[in-house]
Write a protein that binds this ligand. Structure first.
Ligand SMILES: [Zn+2]
Length: 423
């Protein structure tokens, strides 16, 4: 049989089928408010994994599982020696999670395979869909555990030892749900990696744009800041003789936000947690602890933001005479996605006639770790009101379809020669 090279230009995924599979998976762990609670390595996670794996097998895919429970579902290519074009995401959710975060990336990958199967299309390069273990980090810390172990960001032993609030370990729970595989994490080549995901923020919806061409993921630095003052009675202590820790703390908090504004458009500065001691209405606060979360597009700009807050703290401490301690507690380096993969996403969106714009991701994703091993990029679609990690998380079927079509064409662009077995 002679295989003609078909034009895949007109190839489109089946949006109704993709939507249907999202709704079917969302029944596992469904909450009364329309969300999903399917925490990592619970029996519900097992049911979700089993369903996805069953679908993959029905599509003729082979399935392997590694020692941290990452699942790799493979559609053969003509050249089995080539590293696959991979896509994927996660199917664990937050306790008040939605139907789309993570699940979309996995099921969009299966829909790409279904579409290729429907049209009898064979690719030179194999295609794989990954389900990464415990992306959310809700039940077990750290977040992005499966992809992190895979990329060597931390060890398997470190991940295995993580416990939930009941004292159960990751290793025990992987075994209990039947997903303690035997493949060594990371011993699994990736040619390139794409991940489709809801934006989880308001930018695309605000701009009324369908596709976010993700340039990279913001670097993060988290600090604990403690201001040491002196408790005293709110009545008898005149203003000039106070050592009010909260008054100094609020100046620093204002500066955190001002710094982020000075580092527009990608700078973010957040004080999300404040503890005031003794937290009594007629006592001058003697000690205030609060968190600082800085994010920006490059490690250098995050560092510049941290330098600015350090300088401000020195001067406010001098002026007030109060001691201020600043300690870094978490740091994630910024990740730029690979220009060739970013270009493939942009080209696919243009080819499909979809509105698109460059965006950055303020949240971490499995693609960040995949990007350390292979050229990678992400595709964002809008979500309603930018809301995620919430049971009301929602997305429009037309956006779900559009993002999956972009995924299909971006992946195909890196699959080498494409042939149709059927005309
Ligand atoms: Zn996610």
């Amino acid at each position: 049989m002679t295989l003609a090279t078909p034009s895949t230009t007109d190839l489109r995924i089946n949006g109704d089928r993709l939507w249907g599979s999202l709704m079917t998976l969302a029944r596992i762990g469904a909450t009364p408010k329309g969300g999903v609670a399917r925490l990592a390595l619970t029996d519900l996670d097992r049911q979700g994994r089993d369903l996805v794996v069953q679908w993959a097998r029905e599509l003729g895919m082979s399935v392997t599982v590694d020692r941290i429970g990452n699942i790799f579902m493979r559609r053969a290519g003509r050249n089995p020696g080539l590293p696959p074009v991979m896509t994927g995401s996660h199917i664990d959710t937050q306790p008040t999670g939605g139907k789309f975060d993570g699940n979309y990336g996995v099921l969009a990958g299966l829909e790409v395979v279904r579409t290729l199967n429907d049209h009898g299309i064979e690719t030179e390069v194999p295609i794989e869909v990954a389900v990464w273990t415990n992306e959310e980090g809700s039940r077990f810390v750290p977040v992005m555990m499966g992809s992190g172990v895979f990329a060597g960001a931390f060890t398997l032993e470190h991940a295995y030892a993580a416990t939930d609030t009941q004292g159960r370990t990751v290793r025990e729970e992987l075994q209990a749900i039947g997903y303690l595989g035997d493949e060594e994490p990371g011993q699994h080549p990736i040619g390139s990696y794409f991940e489709a995901h809801i934006e989880q923020g308001p930018v695309l919806e605000d701009a009324q744009v369908t596709i976010g061409v993700v340039q990279g993921v913001l670097g993060q630095r988290w600090f604990d800041c403690v201001v040491h003052g002196m408790e005293a009675h709110a009545g008898p202590t005149p203003m000039g003789l106070r050592r009010d820790a909260l008054q100094v703390a609020t100046q620093i908090m204002q500066e955190v936000v001002a710094i982020a504004h000075r580092h527009a458009p990608h700078g973010r500065g957040t004080v999300g947690m404040v503890q005031v001691h003794p937290n009594s209405r007629n006592v001058i606060p003697g000690r205030v602890m609060f968190s600082i979360d800085f994010r920006n597009q490059t490690d250098a700009t995050v560092e510049a933001m941290a330098d600015e807050v350090r300088a401000f703290i020195r001067s406010v401490s001098q002026r007030s005479g109060l001691q201020v301690d600043l300690q870094q507690v978490v740091s994630f380096t910024a990740q730029q996605f690979h220009p060739s993969c970013v270009q493939a996403v942009r080209d696919a969106a243009s080819h499909l006639g979809l509105s698109h714009m460059p965006v950055v991701s303020g949240a971490g994703h499995d693609a960040v770790y995949a990007a350390k091993l292979a050229p990678a990029a992400m595709i964002f679609i809008p979500c309603k009101d930018g809301i995620s990690h919430n049971e009301i998380e929602d997305a429009l079927p037309e956006h779900i379809t559009a993002g999956c079509n972009v995924l299909l064409h971006a992946m195909l662009s890196r699959c080498g020669d494409v042939h149709a077995l059927r005309a």
